[in-house]
Design a protein around this ligand. Structure first.
Ligand code: SF4
Length: 662
């Protein structure tokens, strides 16, 4: 019997209009757990680097994590993997909500989609009954509207629908997949769905999931729930609201936006407005938000409520979460009321709330500086807010200049030329980042920005405070109940960390400590992404309920796989290395691993080189960031090293230097 997982994937070939329920190999679960881990294995095996994002041979994988649908609180993530049209690397965007548990209850761990349908279709998974249905009547409909129409058509209000809007249909490189209470937004995965002419996947399931040792498992779940309550009653002092608690409900619950509006950059990720937040703004924004917010909403099996239903006059209701509350407002240098209005239209169109506003701000900056002209923008309104709506409408339809902007700032700048490249300044690996511009290089963030392959800094960070607390007493107090640390030395790293002086950034934490901190932070995200647990309860916040010490127990008692901390670390290192191997095989190298040039004012090139050198060594990668033959063999990834040698990415005797071809 299989525990926690189902043991079957649903394989769909849209070119042929066929589907198969395929049994999976339990050994792969032991090696990779599930979710992102097994997705990476499938991409490695079945998507060679010659496959372009919009090729019928590109796969689009909707995966549950190993614990999804079990009673483990917050185990509800859908991990969507494909080759991104924007980065040309492997994308693995995630969504919460209810979709993944529902897929498990229908009897599948993953839906793997290949091929392209000749006409627009949607998929209806109703337990064992699978239908590829005509979606021509849904063409051009918004993602939210599509979900409503499908539920009516199926007469199954309990189904869950993941859908694309107009942006996905038109292959906008930052198109999202929207799903009622959540969305998978990064990497342009919605464009791949649109390219396959798949408008939506509706799923309904009523089956059971087996748990290996239910009593033990439920006890662990109860401990997590109790700890969530403890944390709710004891917010962490001295950090911004978003970091004080678990999940991200604070964004929808609080109106104090001083931290975001003063620390994050406005416009095309350009300016910090340190005096922006005043009593008057707070009063006005509080009113706007409280009038618009209908109620808080949660994901499947989670006591936190990170989302809110938003209703603004003239627009239909939609769900908002986290920092998307401010991305449009700040990019347009406008107010919250505007941000809430345009976010509704953007959600229905199905675009990523980080990339879309930055792309529009980028276009307006080019226009102000004369690189784009009235000829490029015929009929554009004169006010910024009107311009944002105008640009958004054109981008999702790929009309006029919108056709170029729909490729995101990196590719649009290449196409526009005339110096536009310098305006696409906030990217990592061709992908728009959080609009942050800071003073002094932070070594921990430097490594995360360079080497993270989720290409989304908020989903790599967590666990270790972003900055030292001002006094040693506060730091000592913080570490007293820091049970989540994998090793006591992390407490010392934090206690010794000062705001100024010898033990401050950029030379403290030391290079060695920085490597360990970054590795720990990233590792926990890869655990979550393999288990399908929300990062908001694990890898993102400080002092979360899930950590390296209790996760092995969840895996052992839930999935019946004997697991201890060392074993889990090894599995996760394997998964992380395999994701890197996919991207290395697609051409990623050290030269691609850099933060946006203007992210920090004060840079330290020598230190940065050393950080990267040492981190590569720490991870078992050579000086080009390529996993060495030896480290691959240690992780049972011999097949990767063999292919690397065959492709001359590594040479036969090479443990530490790149091949000539590299
Ligand atoms: S913490 Fe928030 S985002 Fe995470 S599962 Fe719970 S409600 Fe959803």
């Amino acid at each position: 019997m299989r525990y926690a997982e189902i043991g079957y994937n649903l394989e769909i070939d849209l070119s042929r209009g066929s589907f198969d329920r395929v049994a999976t190999d339990p050994r792969l679960t032991e090696l990779h757990l599930g979710g992102l881990g097994t997705n990476a294995k499938i991409v490695w095996d079945r998507v060679p680097p010659e496959v372009e994002p919009f090729s019928p041979d590109n796969l689009l994988i909707f995966s549950t994590g190993l614990l999804c649908g079990t009673p483990a609180p917050g185990a509800n993530r859908t991990i969507v993997s494909t080759i991104s049209p924007q980065t040309l690397l492997m994308a693995y965007s995630m969504m919460g909500g209810f979709w993944a548990p529902e897929l498990k209850y229908a009897g599948y761990d993953k839906v793997i989609i290949r091929g392209k349908s000749p006409d627009l279709v949607y998929l209806w998974i109703n337990n064992d009954k699978i239908e590829i249905r005509d979606a021509s009547h849904l063409q051009g409909k918004g993602a939210i509207e599509t979900a409503d129409l499908i539920l009516q058509e199926l007469k199954e209000p309990r189904a869950h629908v993941a859908a694309i809007g107009l942006a996905g249909e038109n292959r906008v490189y930052f198109a999202s997949i929207e799903q009622g209470r959540s969305s998978a937004s990064r990497g342009g995965i919605g464009a791949v769905m649109g390219d396959k002419k798949l408008k939506a996947i509706a799923v309904r399931g009523t089956k059971d999931i087996n748990i290996a040792r239910p009593d033990e498992f439920i006890e662990l779940c109860n401990e997590v729930l109790q700890y969530i309550q403890v944390r709710a009653n004891n917010p962490i002092k001295g950090v911004p609201p978003i970091l004080a608690g678990l999940g991200s409900p604070q964004e929808m619950a609080v109106n104090d936006e001083e931290w975001h509006t003063t620390n994050f950059a406005w416009g095309n990720a350009r300016y910090r407005r340190k005096d922006f937040w005043t009593e008057e703004v707070e009063k006005e924004w509080t009113e706007s938000f409280e009038n618009a917010r209908e109620r808080f909403v949660s994901c499947y099996n989670c006591p936190l409520k990170c989302g809110a239903l938003i209703n603004v006059p003239g627009f239909s209701t939609y769900m908002m979460k986290c920092y998307s509350k401010l991305t449009y407002t700040m990019a347009a240098m406008s107010d919250l009321e505007f941000g809430l209005r345009i976010a509704q239209r953007a959600t229905d169109y199905g675009v990523d709330a980080f990339s879309a506003p930055q792309t529009m701000a980028f276009a307006l900056e080019l226009y102000e500086d004369g690189i784009l002209t009235d000829q490029d923008m015929p009929g554009m309104p004169s006010d910024t807010e009107g311009r944002f709506f105008w640009l958004l409408d054109r981008i999702v339809r790929r009309e006029g200049i919108g056709d170029i902007l729909a490729n995101g700032t990196y590719w649009a700048a290449q196409q526009i030329g005339r110096g536009a490249e310098a305006y696409a300044h906030n990217n990592i690996k061709k992908h728009e980042q959080l609009p942050l511009k800071l003073g002094m290089l932070n070594p921990i963030y430097f490594l995360m920005y360079c080497t993270g392959e989720k290409i989304n800094i908020t989903q790599i960070e967590g666990q270790f405070p972003q900055a030292p607390f001002p006094s040693r007493e506060d730091r000592e107090e913080f570490v007293k109940d820091w049970i989540q640390v994998p090793d006591e030395k992390f407490k010392q790293y934090f206690v010794e960390w000062e705001l100024r002086g010898e033990n401050s950034i950029p030379y403290y934490p030391t290079i060695e400590a920085t490597c360990e901190i970054v590795d720990w932070q990233e590792k926990m995200h890869y655990v979550d992404d393999s288990l399908g647990v929300c990062a908001g309860l694990s890898s993102f916040p400080l002092k979360p309920p899930y950590h390296i010490h209790n996760y092995p127990k969840f895996i052992s008692s839930g999935a019946g796989i004997d697991m201890d901390e060392a074993g889990l670390s090894q599995v996760i290192k394997r998964n992380r290395t395999l994701v890197r191997a996919v991207n290395i095989r697609r051409g990623m190298r050290r030269m691609d691993e850099e933060p946006p040039e203007d992210h920090w004012k004060k840079r330290f090139p020598e230190l940065e080189e050393k950080l990267l050198d040492e981190y590569y060594k720490f991870k078992g990668w050579n000086n080009q960031g390529i996993p060495t033959k030896e480290s691959l063999q240690e992780l049972d990834l011999d097949y990767v090293s063999e292919e690397f040698i065959q492709r001359r990415i590594l040479t036969d005797h090479d443990e530490g230097t790149p091949s000539q071809e590299t």
